[in-house]
Design a protein around this ligand. Structure first.
Ligand SMILES: Cc1ncc(COP(=O)(O)O)c(C=O)c1O
Length: 329
């Protein structure tokens, strides 16, 4: 922060200039932003703002979700909307109708002109006070951002990732199944992993079963060929995991895996797996080859991670019932 002798009083146009200068110093790949508070879409990242007293900003009372734009279509939006609506209910947040949200998301995507990228959308209880409960009469906010999405290194797929058991406690189930903006444990877990020179962390629950990673789920392939995923009652219901568990039936039918199971996975059992997978909308499926300094299987990316990645990529390109057309200009 620059040290100034006097604090200037800024006009509205000074503020816009300053916000533009900020973006020039730290360019972002944000292509279009809808705000119910602005009542429309902006494409200048300097104008993608929400009021400081919005309850989502100062109390973390907001929810979000992220879906992918793939080859000019939106993938699996209905699953993401299902989760968003569940999260809103758990957070006592009011939403536009499902049809309105879908329409705004599709039209903001069209306005971005982008055929590859990510859509993140938020709901907040709105501005109006700095109190603990939402301000009386506050207008709930709905926001949609079209952006470049998170990109992970190629080595994650070719060589695999290294993870550690985080020292941070897993969120209690209600907060873990709700995709609220309060991601402090997730952020701290990822920072801790970076500080220790590994790629990500894994939460373990109080009973000693595997939970999830920072913004991704994890799954395992046992030495006898069973695909196992932790239960969704105390971790986020990953839309990617849910879809992969369906797609994996094709591998079972071909005899590539023996079964698909959603169950408690004790840490010792998980460590003895021959494959460990990281799963999410942004990463898709990536192999984890080392956990707490010990190799998973032979320490090389395995065939099931590859096969599931291929199934998902194919579904994102041609799963007609899961793709929404975008009316680009
Ligand atoms: C904590 C957490 N777990 C799992 C996931 C994976 O969910 P999805 O597959 O819907 O991206 C995410 C991402 O949203 C997440 O934030």
């Amino acid at each position: 922060m620059p040290v100034t002798t006097a604090l200037p009083m800024l006009t509205a146009s000074d503020v816009v200039d300053k916000l533009r200068a900020l973006r020039a110093r730290q360019p972002v790949k944000y292509w279009a932003f809808y705000s119910s508070q602005l009542g429309g879409i902006v494409t200048d990242p300097a104008l993608m703002v929400i009021p400081f007293d919005d309850h989502m900003v100062h109390r973390g009372h907001g929810i979000f979700d992220t879906a992918a734009i793939e080859a000019g279509k939106i993938y699996d939006l209905e699953a993401h909307l299902d989760r968003f609506i569940r999260s809103a209910k758990n957070s006592k947040l009011k939403l536009p109708t499902r049809d309105e949200m879908r329409d705004i998301i599709v039209r903001t995507t069209a306005a971005s002109g982008r055929r590859e990228g990510s859509i993140r959308y938020w709901a907040s209880s709105g501005p109006g006070s700095l109190g603990l409960a939402p301000a009386g009469g506050a207008d709930p906010g709905f926001f949609v951002m079209i952006f470049a999405g998170l990109v992970y290194p190629d080595t994650w797929y070719k060589q695999g990732l290294r993870v550690m058991t985080t020292t941070y406690p897993i969120k209690p189930p209600l907060y873990a199944i709700t995709k609220s903006v309060t991601y402090l444990p997730n952020v701290l877990m990822q920072m801790e992993a970076q500080e220790r020179g590994v790629d990500n962390g894994v939460f373990i629950d109080e009973a000693g079963n595997v939970g999830e990673s920072s913004n991704m789920n994890v799954a395992f392939v046992s030495a006898d060929g069973r695909l196992k995923h932790p239960k969704f009652d105390h971790i986020l219901s990953g839309c990617t995991s849910l879809r992969l568990l369906e797609l994996a039936r094709a591998l079972q039918a071909r005899g590539v895996i023996k079964s698909v199971e959603v169950c408690d996975i004790p840490v010792a059992e998980a460590r003895a797996s021959c494959e460990m997978l990281l799963i999410g909308s942004s990463v898709k499926v990536a192999p984890i080859v080392e956990w707490d300094g010990k190799l998973i299987g032979d320490g090389k990316p395995g065939p099931i991670a590859r096969a599931l990645h291929e199934l998902l990529t194919e579904d994102m390109r041609s799963g007609r019932d899961r793709l929404i057309d975008v009316p680009y200009a």
